[in-house]
Design a protein around this ligand. Structure first.
Ligand code: ZN
Length: 81
């Protein structure tokens, strides 16, 4: 898989919606690609933060999460419905 594909299918991967062969490709790519490892880590943190923010409306997203990334994640989610 490419970095682009990894990003596109990341949500499915994390929900374990991918087949075992695809999940293996993901893991192989992440083992080789530091960028994607960082991306996945940040993605998971962002999802956790979103969940917290949802549960506690007064919570704010801490600085350190790039706004571009959040925007990209929200856009990707919209596409997935
Ligand atoms: Zn990559």
């Amino acid at each position: 898989v490419t970095c682009q594909e990894l990003v596109e299918f990341l949500a499915a991967y994390l929900e374990t919606d991918l087949g075992p062969a695809e999940a293996e490709e993901f893991e192989r790519h992440m083992a080789m690609c530091e960028d994607c490892r960082n991306y996945v880590e940040t993605y998971q943190k962002t999802v956790a933060l979103e969940r917290e923010a949802f549960e506690d409306p007064s919570a704010t997203v801490p600085s350190g999460v790039p706004e571009d990334l959040i925007t990209a994640i929200l856009a990707a989610r919209k596409q997935q419905g």
